[in-house]
Design a protein around this ligand. Structure first.
Ligand SMILES: NC(=O)c1ccc[n+]([C@@H]2O[C@H](COP(=O)([O-])OP(=O)(O)OC[C@H]3O[C@@H](n4cnc5c(N)ncnc54)[C@H](OP(=O)(O)O)[C@@H]3O)[C@@H](O)[C@H]2O)c1
Length: 239
């Protein structure tokens, strides 16, 4: 099916879609005529998401830390998708963690950050595979961070967040190899330092600039660039 702009209308599933970068992804995909399945923990409280009030928008409850909810997601999506497939899955939901220093890093919090930032994207990808469109080809996009780059680590500390994103990059890389035959492309993206709740008010760019840039990178993704780590401006980031 084609949108008003003449572009083929695609179905995009986004986690953590109620605020920050997730919400901005929803806005920009809807603006170009795509259909968006916007997942968030508490749809009833997702006021800004609901206010988008667009025919192409479906809001779905999903706590990515809840394994049962992940497993039941494909079944819950069947009514929405009908015969159609998901063109793109954006693993956006993420947490930072409070205890980050050599003195304070807390094992329980570390495990929780891994559960949300690293393991959930893997489990979600595995659960959604039968629903992904391999013809387009389908794309699996992972919101990573430069903080996860070992080559870029000049500041030390931030053990919990850095390791969760470095491990996410490995998940993304293995998926790129394991799923290439199924016609799926993957990328890890650094959104920049963005003024969101996580990035704080001193971030260097706003969500609009970050997401516009990431969408250009996603659009350009092909078999030759799949499995790599990119900045929002398209520059490749060293592992
Ligand atoms: N902002 C930056 O400068 C920056 C830099 C590098 C990477 N990133 C990455 O970009 C992604 C988005 O960041 P952001 O700046 O938009 O963060 P944010 O403003 O803190 O928003 C985080 C989003 O993740 C959701 N989330 C957290 N835990 C969840 C769970 N268990 N289940 C479902 N959703 C959950 C939140 O939902 P609730 O409202 O329910 O908590 C919220 O929608 C993250 O993966 C982050 O690590 C951001």
């Amino acid at each position: 099916m084609r949108s008003k702009t003449g572009k083929t209308m695609e179905t995009i599933l986004i986690t953590g879609a109620n605020r920050g970068l997730g919400l901005e992804f929803v806005r920009q995909f809807l603006a170009r005529g795509d259909k968006v399945i916007a997942c968030c923990r508490a749809p009833n409280e997702a006021v800004e998401l609901q206010a988008l009030n667009n025919d192409g928008l479906e809001i779905f409850p999903l706590d990515v830390g809840n394994e049962k909810a992940i497993q039941s997601l494909p079944g819950r999506l069947s009514g929405t998708l009908k015969e159609s497939k998901i063109a793109m899955f954006i693993n956006n939901a993420g947490i930072y963690g409070q205890t980050q220093s050599l003195d304070e890093a807390d094992p329980e919090e570390w495990l929780q950050v891994f559960r949300i930032n690293t393991i959930a994207p893997f489990l979600l990808t595995r659960a959604l595979l039968p629903l992904m469109d391999s013809q387009l080809p389908g794309k699996l996009i992972f919101l990573s961070s430069k903080m996860g780059s070992i080559a870029d680590n000049g500041g030390g500390s931030t053990y919990i967040y850095r390791t969760s994103k470095a491990a996410l990059n490995q998940v993304m890389k293995s998926l790129s190899i394991d799923l290439a035959d199924q016609g799926l492309l993957t990328a890890a993206l650094h959104p920049g330092w963005v003024r969101t709740d996580m990035g704080g008010p001193n971030g260097l760019i706003d969500a609009n600039e970050s997401v516009s840039g990431m969408m250009r990178v996603i659009d350009a993704l092909d078999a030759t660039t799949s499995g790599r780590f990119f900045n929002f401006d398209g520059a490749e980031i060293s592992w």
